[in-house]
Write a protein that binds this ligand. Sequence first.
Ligand code: AMP
Length: 417
Amino acid sequence: MAKLTVRDLDVRGKRVFVRVDYNVPMEERDGKMVINDETRIKETLPTLKLLIEKGAKIILAAHLGRPKGKREASLSLRPVAFKLHELLGQPVEFADDAIGEHAEKVVASLKDGQVALLENVRYYNEEEANDPAFAEKLVKLADVYVNDAFGAAHRAHASTEGIARVITKRGGKAAAGLLMERELKFLGDELENPARPFVVILGGAKVSDKIKVIDRLLEKADTILIGGAMAYTFKLAHGVKTGKSLIEPDHKGTALAAEEKAKKLKVNFQLPTDTIIATPVDSGKLNKKGKPVYDLTNIRTVSGDIPDDAEGFSVGPETAANYAEIISSAKTILWNGPMGMFEDERFAAGTNAVAQAVVEATQKNGAKSIIGGGDSVKALNKIGLGNKVTFMSTGGGASLEFLEGAVLPGVAALSEK
Ligand code: AMP
């Protein structure tokens, strides 16, 4: 990677504006907002500790949820400041605005090695509009810019892109944080010349979401294993009946073209050979959104057509065993997307078997295993295997776009080494 990183910076006594991804899940308990998962906060600690050690004055900025330009109290970052204080072991000042007098006052009071967190940047519509005047106001607070928010780097917003442009135009530096650096290394550099065999596992709901990733990885992988609801569109394209399963009939051509490309490039492209299905029956109840709730009855495994009254929910045991066998001899593994509706225990076995195989290949054969964010990370964490792979991306949409080969605006705006 040719981008400048926080390691390259001399920041003693300087005001460093660090864009972080603190878009953490929260819920209200006894009238207070409580953080449900602090992973994203923890992931920024290496960058923050390095900057503290270097004697920077650290200004943190982030977004939380979608307040759409309004001061929505439930989307305040104040609880994050408390949590960060606890995790960092030093006080974190909180500025209850992202720009303006109050923010400037908090920043001006910082001594070397001290940390302040600004209020949700999305309280201003100008953030998502990447408004240059808003970026200028943010820049007023800082001398140097560091982006450690990989999860937001696919958006050209004021705090992810605009501010980097303004700072570099002024002659200042814009650098990647340590988390950003790791994301670019594992999702980028490490996949350029992977140790072989390179096995790619792709699952999730829709072919249309993943087709660009499939297309790009076909050029690099030795084997591609397809799972999740996405597989049903491939099956449909081959004339197999898919019953009530989640399918994208408009993407039958896309699916066939991917298989054709795999053949041409001699990539071992595998589809599930069996499927766990269930028959949905209207329970007569409505969910919170007023939609009918279906009971999933008569859960069984089929290897061919899915009956008209049934829906596929996961790869079956034969597929899981076959995929696990292939994964066991891999030297590089990239996994994005679950093999089925893993959130429901009755359909989690296939995804869990793949997770187990990825972990074993990593621990026993020294395979490099890279988890491309989103639901595969959730699936691994759910069965306590999250820390047993080489790398888990913190991005969702950003990881997918990066794996597609897209230039992420938040990365492009950083200074070169
Ligand atoms: P994605 O965000 O595209 O990776 O999709 C992940 C979601 O797809 C998860 O919430 C899974 O529950 C869901 N999913 C995967 N396979 C299936 C399936 N066969 N039927 C229904 N939902 C599925």
